[in-house]
Design a protein around this ligand. Structure first.
Ligand code: ADP
Length: 414
């Protein structure tokens, strides 16, 4: 069986897959690690449990996960040896990792070197990998990066117009995020359309709490809305998205706000929440807008405008689009937002079939009318499945790596 692990700064999500990846046999989440109110939600088959307990760190969280997986009542394993490989999510692979990789000590050192690029996320990812390797030392571990899918962007799309030395010496550039989701969704879009992804120009709209719009040509990411960090592009739940960076100097020099305060405002108090004054949750904002709240209506209008603008830009980048693909919380669940975004994109051949759109939630669906020039799709994302697939793909070559590491290696030197 394949175990996937996704460590956040105070959480650990896990899923256990059957070896052919057709079934999730157990899954769960450890929340508030190292904080008061720590708890675990675990399910396997029909069993569901909630445990409140003190969980000091990611190491102890991981041990509880294994205990639950082995538990005679609510577990899914009779023996830990049934786990044949573990897949991990990491947020930032810098420009070092262009694909998922098998974990080795050298890989962990390289991942650590990427920490300054994602100081809040990579340390938790590293901790999770180290603990998992300690508890499951004899199986291959694979790490999958949110950034690696976007490493195919050409320099014209990923270099910023700052003095070149910041790029050359400090690796300051557009990296992009949600790559695991965009990669999964691009493959699924090809399946829904019955066409090889290599033949398609897609604009993927990952609309969740965080938002990524991605231009995917021939299965490769060629431009993306997020950048060096997880801030740029479309306005999000609490993040402002694109605005003139000159404003930061103004907030600092004229309004006398200090940098940590500006950072907090831009990341945590802006976006849907900041404009609506009601919520960061699109459901609440749309409901309040329907009830006549003008600032909520403005927040929705701005969100829709920014997505539409980005789609148009990426159509220009790719010289046209074959399909517009919606995914993540808002993209998968809101026919209203999908229809609002599509309206106004008719010049790109985008049309929506109202009934198919209304019926198209939470499942792979074509929601444009038959014969439309540009297909519009709902493609539910599944980052865990993408991690599990990469794990299976790379774990098969783990024995080669061991041979290479061995002093008695018979493999030819490179
Ligand atoms: P995350 O980026 O945290 O993984 P999700 O992809 O789960 O987020 O998306 C969360 C967002 O999805 C929430 O902010 C919520 O506004 C939105 N969402 C979920 N269901 C609906 C719905 N029925 N209508 C509109 N928005 C929805």
């Amino acid at each position: 069986m394949i175990l996937t692990i996704n460590c956040g700064s105070s959480s650990l999500k896990y899923q256990l897959y059957s070896s052919d990846l057709t079934r999730v046999v157990a899954k769960g989440m450890v929340s508030r690690i190292g904080e008061t109110g720590a708890h675990i939600d675990h399910s396997a088959g029909r069993e569901r449990i909630h445990q409140d307990m003190v969980i000091a760190d990611h190491g102890s969280a991981f041990r509880h996960v294994i205990d639950n997986l082995l538990h005679p009542e609510w577990g899914a394993l009779t023996d830990i040896g049934l786990i044949t490989a573990v897949g991990h999510r990491a947020v930032h692979g810098g420009d070092t990792f262009v694909d998922s990789v098998l974990v080795t000590d050298a890989v962990l050192r390289q991942l650590e070197a990427c920490t300054p690029l994602a100081p809040l996320h990579n340390p938790a990812n590293l901790l999770g990998i180290e603990e998992a390797r300690r508890l499951l030392p004899d199986v291959p571990h694979v790490v999958v990066f949110d950034t690696s899918f976007h490493q195919t962007m050409p320099p014209s799309a990923h270099v910023y117009g700052l003095p070149y030395r910041f790029y050359g010496e400090h690796k300051i550039r557009r990296y992009g995020f949600h790559g695991t989701s965009c990669r999964y969704v691009s493959g699924l879009a090809g399946e829904i359309l019955g066409r090889p992804v290599e033949d398609l120009r897609l604009v993927v709209c990952h609309l969740g709490n965080g938002v990524t719009i991605d231009a995917v040509a021939g299965g490769r990411s060629v431009d993306t809305s997020m950048g060096f960090g997880t801030f740029s592009g479309v306005m999000m739940g609490t993040r402002a998205g694109d605005f003139d960076p000159g404003l930061i100097f103004h907030l600092h020099s004229v309004l006398k706000l200090d940098m940590p305060e500006i950072e907090r405002i831009c990341y945590k108090e802006s976006g849907l929440l900041g404009i609506s004054g009601v919520s960061n949750d699109m459901r609440d904002v749309v409901a309040a807008a329907d009830a006549g709240n003008e600032r909520c209506a403005l927040a929705v209008d701005m969100f829709v405008h920014m997505v539409r603008k980005q789609v148009g830009a990426f159509a220009a980048v790719m010289g046209g689009i074959d399909a517009l693909v919606f995914t993540a919380g808002i993209g998968e669940n809101s026919p209203y937002i999908r229809a609002r975004i599509a309206a106004g994109l008719e010049f790109l051949g985008v049309e929506i079939d109202a009934q198919a759109n209304a019926d198209g939630n939470r499942k792979p669906a074509l929601i444009s009318p038959a014969g439309a020039r540009t297909a519009v799709l709902v493609a539910p994302t599944d980052e865990e499945m993408m991690i599990a697939r990469d794990t299976v793909r790379l774990a098969g070559s783990a024995h080669l790596l061991r041979l290479q590491d061995s002093p008695l290696s018979l493999l030819p030197a490179e």
